[in-house]
Design a protein around this ligand. Structure first.
Ligand code: SF4
Ligand code: FES
Length: 379
């Protein structure tokens, strides 16, 4: 099959470098080192190709995109090319002048991550002393330079209690949108699952808090809510379907159907250094492998939801089953669904282990994010 429509958005992972070390990061465990990153000219070319394909949005991400001092040039080129530019940032590196330059270059929106509402816990989770205070200051600058602000809060067992305060914080900072996302377990997050997994009680409390806030703050603050798969009955339509709406360019130029796709062993990705973006999108092996419905096994193949959730998440099927071509076990029709729930219960039953913070992996350390053999585990 060839892709009929262009993707809606490009996630430009400009660098894996990041001053924070969040243990739930979805970046691959083998982070791209600085020397392998695409150069300025490469990224300007990617922007041009994306615009020519009909892509509408570019999300500058990482790692931390502001580590690159050519960000202003890339932003300006994207704006000249007609792309809507959104910066996804930790907010701890750029000062007000830099933010003003980015706004002047045509940046249109900022998404700022927060690790918790309480400073001590936030800095502990991010592994960066003083980070929370800098974020609060940065949020003020975003509003001063006239950009709309979304707050991104990844929630888990060690910050869930802050949820009402996080909602208040979003309002105090003048955010128009708050994204409350339960951790999705790939990459570093999978390695830290036992430290992060919420209990079922925490989850249902958090869902009530969000529903109440949505009602109370209707018209003031939009709250997006991403639920944790381990307690779900049906999977999410991850990425809106593999190779359907989004593409990611990794710091070294590899083109990915999803930001976590490199966690799937055996899938090889093409590089913008070697082939045009459009050709990779339309017919590269990695994009074609799980696009549409032809690849689906039962129970997805005969299911009337197959073009609604697209069989769930390929990265999760690989992480838990060792085969990205199986139904996401978050689905209640998967034969492995109950075992996935049992994993969550195991994770929350024992003592909470310390975080294994995100960092450049030390040679010889065991790879994180490897499949945990749910298939061979007793139910
Ligand atoms: Fe979705 Fe497949 Fe489950 Fe049907 S069987 S609900 S298509 S994941
Ligand atoms: Fe990769 Fe879901 S995170 S397909």
């Amino acid at each position: 099959m060839s892709a009929q429509q262009p993707p809606l958005a490009l996630l430009a992972e400009l660098s894996h470098r990041c001053p924070l070390q969040c243990p739930y990061c979805s970046n691959p465990v083998d982070l791209v080192r600085r020397g392998l990153e695409l150069g300025t000219g490469d990224w300007l070319g990617v922007v041009e190709q994306a615009a020519a394909m009909g892509i509408l949005q570019i999300h500058y991400s990482g790692g931390e995109p502001t580590v690159r001092d050519d960000l202003e040039r890339i932003v300006a080129h994207a704006e000249e090319s007609g792309l809507y530019g959104n910066l996804i940032t930790s907010g701890v590196l750029a000062d007000r002048e830099r933010l003003q330059r980015l706004a002047d270059a045509g940046l249109q929106h900022v998404q700022l991550s927060v690790q918790a509402a309480e400073e001590g816990n936030a800095d502990r989770i991010g592994g960066f002393a003083g980070g929370h205070e800098k974020k609060i200051r940065f949020a003020g600058w975003v509003r001063e330079v006239g950009l709309p602000l979304t707050l991104n809060a990844v929630v888990h067992r060690q910050n869930m209690q802050d949820l009402p305060a996080l909602i208040d914080l979003a309002r105090q900072l003048g955010a128009t949108r708050l994204e409350v996302a339960h951790v999705q377990y790939y990459g570093w997050a999978l390695r830290n699952r036992a430290a992060l997994m919420p209990t079922r009680e925490q989850l249902s409390w958090a869902t009530d808090v969000v529903e109440d806030a949505r009602e109370r703050l209707h018209g003031t603050l939009v709250i997006d809510y991403v639920v944790p798969d381990y307690y779900a009955r049906r999977p999410k339509a991850c990425m809106g379907g593999w190779g359907r709406r989004f593409l990611t360019v990794a710091p070294d130029g590899q083109v990915l159907p999803c930001h976590a796709a490199q966690s799937i062993a055996g899938l090889s990705f093409e590089n913008v250094r070697d082939r045009p973006l459009d050709a990779i999108w339309r017919n590269s092996e990695a994009f074609e492998r799980y696009r549409g419905v032809d690849w689906m096994p039962e129970p997805c193949r005969g299911c009337d939801r197959r073009e609604i959730d697209w069989g769930g998440c390929r990265c999760q099927a690989f992480a838990l089953l060792g085969d990205a071509g199986l139904t996401d076990p978050a689905c209640e029709y998967s034969p492995f669904h109950e075992r996935m729930r049992a994993l969550a219960e195991d994770d929350t039953a024992g003592e909470t282990p310390p975080f294994d913070y995100r960092r450049i992996r030390v040679r010889g350390a065991p790879p994180a994010g490897r499949p945990v053999s749910l298939r061979s585990r007793g139910s």
